[in-house]
Design a protein around this ligand. Structure first.
Ligand code: CA2
Length: 141
């Protein structure tokens, strides 16, 4: 089984500011955590991060016929991107949405997620663990 993990804009800045919301670990630590989780579960992962909506659309399209599942933290695009929602619908790959913070207990504008209209499952507010939970969900472990 092959899973594509997509992280959206500014997540590459993790650890630099807002530790009360996102923790103090940096993006390299997040990628390490995801790889270690995938190893423990026994699933192949490919990691992708971009600050650009179109690049995220492109990588979702290129997942068609290649990946069996997608784990996506669309970051700010969660709340704005019909293009990412449409790309996920187009490839029809089982998808789990992850947020490090609890988007339901923050600003009002973070409560709505376009991606949730497609995602099978959402893990929000579990920190890095949400990515492991998403891998476990998609692999049935
Ligand atoms: O909680 C999450 O994982 C989010 O997807 C993170 C996004 C935010 O826009 C979503 O509403 C929830 C933000 C990504 C990273 O933002 C940073 C802000 C300051 C310092 C470092 C990263």
């Amino acid at each position: 089984m092959k899973i594509l993990v997509i992280n959206g804009p500014n997540l590459n800045m993790l650890g630099i500011r807002e530790p009360a919301i996102y923790g103090s670990q940096n993006f390299a630590a997040l990628e390490r955590f995801i790889r270690e989780s995938a190893n423990a579960i026994g699933v192949d992962v490919s990691l992708f991060q971009s600050n650009h909506e179109g690049e995220i659309v492109d990588v979702i399209q290129s997942a068609y016929g290649v990946f069996d599942g997608i784990v996506i933290n669309p970051a700010a695009y969660t709340h704005t991107s019909v293009a990412i929602l449409d790309a996920l619908k187009a490839v029809s790959i089982p998808t789990v949405e992850v947020h490090i913070s609890d988007i339901n207990s923050r600003d009002e504008f973070r409560r709505f997620s376009f991606v949730s209209l497609y995602a099978e499952k959402v893990y929000a507010g579990y920190g890095f663990d949400g990515y492991k939970m998403a891998l476990e969900y998609l692999t049935g472990k």
